[in-house]
Design a protein around this ligand. Structure first.
Ligand code: TMP
Length: 207
């Protein structure tokens, strides 16, 4: 049986890392063999590309270079990690996937969505997550959490209008893919967020 593919998305400060931990633990408790991974990253080469994408030393990077590097990292990740795991019946839990490219490079950097569609199909064919959990927080919460971080990466240094577009992009993606993407109000208490996540995961088991 093919494994399930779950992704977590959200702007900076949405609590993604905490909830990744929660989902991984929940799945393991259900007896699921889960491969936990992230984007950009997930393979040795993709992690090197991640370093290039995130370092604040390359502040003037062209937006198309950024877009292509996201997909270059993703092609490695999909072919070396995600597809082999799914075919072996394992579940894959990824901290971000292609929705992040639509949100950040599409809505955030204003790259045309149909160009991202073309690249996605070229690089990934019809590979789509089975379930995407969008952890949604307001810009105010996001900014105040990011402000507490020490060394800010190239994305964390972006201005509020960039993050406003990214968040709006994620919300629109959720509206346009209502079956797959579930928006979770991540400003609720951690217990309520985890309850909402559990409901979504339980549904995956019943399918
Ligand atoms: P992370 O800090 O959540 O691990 O993500 C790294 C940064 O990369 C984050 O600011 C979002 C950004 N990103 C994109 O801009 N496009 C993408 O396709 C992905 C996967 C991440």
């Amino acid at each position: 049986m093919r494994g399930r593919f779950i992704t977590l998305e959200g702007i900076e400060g949405s609590g993604k890392s905490t909830q990744m931990e929660f989902v991984a633990t929940y799945l393991a408790q259900q007896g699921v063999a889960v491969v936990r991974t992230r984007e950009p990253g997930g393979t040795e080469l993709s992690e090197k590309i991640r370093d290039l994408l995130l370092t604040d030393e390359l502040a003037g990077m062209h937006q198309d270079t950024e877009l292509l590097m996201m997909f270059a990292a993703r092609v490695e990740h999909v072919n070396k990690v995600i597809l082999p795991a799914l075919s072996a019946g394992r579940w894959v839990l990824s901290d971000r996937f292609y929705d992040a490219t639509y949100a950040y490079q599409g809505y955030g950097r204003n790259i045309a969505i149909d160009r991202i569609d073309q690249l996605r199909v070229y690089c990934l064919g019809d590979l789509t997550p089975d379930k995407t959990l969008l952890l949604d927080v307001s810009l105010t919460v996001s900014q105040s959490r990011v402000a507490q971080r020490g060394n800010k990466d190239r994305f964390e240094q972006e201005q509020q209008d960039f993050y406003a577009r990214v968040r709006e992009g994620y919300l629109e993606l959720a509206r346009n893919n209502a079956q797959r993407i579930t928006r979770i109000d991540a400003e609720q208490s951690i217990e309520h967020v985890q309850q909402a996540i559990t409901v979504e995961l339980a549904e995956l088991f019943s399918q």
